[in-house]
Structures are given as structure tokens and as C-alpha cells.
Ligand binder design. Structure first.
Ligand code: PMP
Length: 431
């Protein structure tokens, strides 16, 4: 008699996971459910969540008010096309987003994922210059170590090495790259920091439609933090050289860095803003690109008079209802205080890791704690160790990082930082 295949066997046979191989046997852990900051595996083990499901589940899992909002919306409709039709959740959400984002952003274009939000932002920038009779401005300028998504346009502005540009060189749009600044969050921006971007602008301004960057925190491209002063200089240069500024706040938005949006650290406003991830509290896939009146009017009044984009699941009502509920929960919570508290505990819990010779740097900002190692982690080895320690932490390359849900308690946070410190102290043999 043969045993019927387990969930893991079937997963291994049929399912391709993110950034994974179908032939190598990567460790995968089946999840039964998740509540608050705890992820319950099918074998009964519970893990404390250190990842917020890739920056998104800021209120934790299975939140009663979020569940209620979605089941209420389900009674009216789960989805309806957005071409020629509209609905309350989309209008309410757009109005709310215009209120909470930088003042000049008054128009919201909903999409279904972060990558598509960056595609849409880049299309907006190109169409803007086309409508202004400057069709030669088609290229983007960005800095190294960025990450803006996995679709082709988004990939073309993500770090060339992490994004494996050489692999896609015949199809990937060629954009302009400048060296990333070396000024940390608390430092001033020097001439040496801004010079590479400035030079690219000076030399190529007539081809450049927009600069696209993640403000203050570069996420999946290297988890680097940089100075608000640099961002201020970038804004000035954009105005000086007639180039739009796209801020990708898909990872940083909704409080993660201690401000509602990271561009607030620099007190600047982008021309286009991309948001996603925590927009729905991690419940549903939804993202948006917001723009200012100049962009909305120029595109709408110019040739061809329409913005050329419109996904099937645009402004999905369930996702919009989830986003409205998530914003209400966020604004009714002491989120700034919580993020500050997480920041303090990440500092005290992770800074001692600097003593270990495998560790190159420890950096903390808001509810983000990063331990950078000299060498890439051995995922096959380290991932099960975290699970054994009762925590869910998903390192990549040289980076072990924590970005827990804002509702996490101090004891759980201590368990997370202790697990990181202990596991790092055991990686001697990797050196
Ligand atoms: N931009 C940034 C800054 C991101 O961190 C991500 C996702 N990690 C994306 C864009 C792409 O978002 P999505 O995975 O929803 O397509």
C-alpha cells in the first residue's frame, strides 16, 4: 500500500515558490493559520512573525475589524470592473489617500500589485513628457541597490546586479544608474554623495522622464538607509533639470520608518507616489500610484488624451474595503509610539550582534532592524534554525532583518532579537 502524498509532497510537485528552484529541495513550512503575530504551522508549532509577510501585515493576522470589513463588503460584491463603473470603497479610499499623502498628490490610480504601481508611475512620467511635446524623455534615472518589483519595467530600474540585468539584457529597457549615496540616515549629504546622480542628470536630462527611488530605506535591493538631506537635494535637482520625481513607498509607506511616509523625513513631495503592501494591512493585493494635478491634467489634455493603463482587477472592492479598515485601525492606534518602541528594542536587541566577526553592520530605523553579514547566509541551514527557535525570519543574501507587525509585544520582540543574535553566534563555521 502506498501512502498518499503529503501537502509538502504535492507542493514540491506542483508549486513554484518565490525566487526558488523546482529541483533543489528548499525548506518549505506549511501554515495552518495565523493570528495576531503568530503563525501556526500544520504540525502545531507556532512562530512569532518577524516579517509582517514582507512589510504588509502591520496589524498582525486575522484582525477582527479587518475580517468584518471584508465580509461586509462581500455581501455587496467582491469585484466589479472599473472601466465605466465606480463604487464607494474605491472613492472613499481614493479620497482618504489624497488626504494622508503629501499635499500636492490629488489623483489616485489603483492597481493590483506594487510592481504594477511602479510600471504605472513610469508610464505616467513618459506620457507626461509626451503630452508636453518632449517625447524624447522616455528614460528613468535611479540609484544602485534599489528594488521596484519583478515586472520588466520595474526590473529595469532595480539594482542591475541583484536584478540579474545581464540575464535579460536583450529585452530589458536600458535606464540610467547612479551610485547610491553613502550618507547614513543621521548624516548630512556630501558633494560626493550627490555627485553621481547630478552628473547623470547634467549629461542626460533631455532623455530622462523621471528619477525613481525608494525614499530613505532601500528595501529588497540591500536594506540600505540614507540621509533625508540627500532626498532634499534630489528634489531640488529634479526641479532644476526638469525631471519628475517618483517615490516608491511600497515598502516604506504606512509608518514603517516612523513617519507615515518616508519622504516626510525630508519634508519633500514627489510628483508621483507608489504605495502598496501595508495599504491593505497585508490582507489583499492592492497598490496605487498617486500623482499631482500638473501630471493628471497634462496627460488628460494632451495626446492621446487618455492614460493608457487599466488592469482587470483595478480598485477591487474587497481590497479597497480592506485598505479602508486598515487605515482606520492604524489611525486609531498609537502607531508612532509603537514603532518608536519597536525601534528602541531592535536597537538594544540587535546592536550586540556587531561584536560577532561575521557581522558587518547593524542598522535600525523605525520598525526595521537589519543585520548585514560579511558573507551570504546559508539559507538551507539558517531557515530551519529560525523555525526551531520559534520565529519566522526570512533572510536574503547577506541580510538578516526584522520588520514585525506594529502590534508586537516586548516579550515577542525579545524572542525575535534573541533568536537572531543566537543564530548569528552559531555561524562561526560559515566564516
Ligand atoms: N517596490 C518596492 C520598494 C518593494 O519593496 C516591492 C516589493 N518587495 C515592490 C516595489 C513590488 O511590489 P509587489 O511585490 O507587490 O509587486
Amino acid at each position: 500500500m502506498t501512502n498518499s502524498p503529503t501537502l509538502l509532497d504535492r507542493d514540491h510537485s506542483y508549486v513554484w515558490h518565490p525566487y526558488s528552484s523546482m529541483t533543489a529541495n528548499h525548506a518549505i513550512f506549511p501554515v495552518k493559520s495565523a493570528h495576531g503575530v503568530r503563525i501556526k504551522l500544520t504540525d502545531g508549532r507556532e512562530l512569532i512573525d518577524g516579517m509582517s509577510s514582507w512589510w504588509s501585515a502591520i496589524h498582525g493576522y486575522n484582525h477582527p475589524a479587518m475580517n468584518q470589513a471584508i465580509s461586509d463588503q462581500l455581501k455587496d460584491m467582491s469585484h466589479i470592473m472599473f472601466g465605466g463603473l465606480t463604487h464607494q470603497p474605491a472613492v472613499d479610499l481614493a479620497e482618504q489617500l489624497v488626504k494622508i499623502t503629501p499635499k500636492s498628490l490629488n489623483t489616485v490610480f489603483f492597481v493590483d500589485s506594487g510592481s504594477v504601481a511602479t510600471e504605472v508611475a513610469m508610464k505616467m512620467a513618459i506620457q507626461y513628457w509626451y503630452a508636453k511635446k518632449q517625447p524624447e524623455k522616455q528614460k528613468m534615472l535611479t540609484i544602485r541597490y534599489g528594488y521596484h518589483g519583478d515586472t520588466f519595467g520595474a526590473m529595469s530600474v532595480s539594482d542591475p546586479e541583484n536584478g540579474m540585468h545581464s540575464l535579460f539584457s536583450d529585452t530589458l529597457a536600458q535606464q540610467f544608474f547612479a551610485d547610491a549615496p553613502n550618507c547614513n540616515f543621521n548624516q548630512d549629504c556630501t558633494e560626493a554623495d550627490i555627485e553621481p546622480l547630478h552628473t547623470q542628470l547634467k549629461n542626460n536630462q533631455h532623455q530622462i522622464a523621471a528619477i525613481i527611488m525608494e525614499p530613505i530605506v532601500q528595501g529588497a535591493g540591500g536594506m540600505r538607509f540614507y540621509s533625508p538631506d540627500y532626498l532634499k537635494r534630489v528634489r531640488k535637482l529634479c526641479d532644476q533639470y526638469h525631471v519628475l520625481l517618483i517615490m516608491d513607498e511600497i515598502a516604506t509607506g504606512f509608518g514603517r520608518t516612523g513617519k507615515l511616509f518616508a519622504c516626510e523625513h525630508a519634508e519633500i513631495e514627489p510628483d508621483i507616489l507608489c504605495i502598496g503592501k501595508a495599504l491593505t494591512g497585508g490582507y489583499m493585493t492592492l497598490a496605487a500610484s498617486l500623482c499631482n494635478d500638473d501630471i493628471a491634467e497634462t496627460i488628460s489634455n494632451g495626446e492621446p488624451g487618455l492614460f493608457m493603463h487599466g488592469p482587470t482587477f483595478m480598485a477591487n472592492p474587497l481590497a479597497c474595503s480592506a485598505a479602508l479598515a486598515s487605515l482606520e485601525i492604524l489611525f486609531n492606534s498609537p502607531w508612532q509610539q509603537r514603532v518608536k518602541q519597536i525601534e528602541q528594542h531592535l536597537k538594544s536587541g540587535l546592536t550586540p550582534c556587531l561584536q560577532h566577526p561575521a557581522v558587518k553592520d547593524v542598522r535600525i530605523l523605525g520598525a526595521i532592524g537589519v543585520v548585514e553579514l560579511h558573507k551570504p547566509v546559508n539559507m538551507q541551514k539558517i531557515q530551519p534554525q529560525f523555525v526551531e527557535a520559534g520565529v519566522w525570519v526570512r533572510p536574503f543574501n547577506h541580510l538578516i532583518y526584522l520588520m514585525p507587525p506594529y502590534i508586537i509585544g516586548i516579550d515577542d520582540l525579545n524572542t525575535l532579537t534573541t533568536a537572531v543574535a543566537t543564530i548569528i553566534s552559531n555561524i562561526e563555521d560559515e566564516l
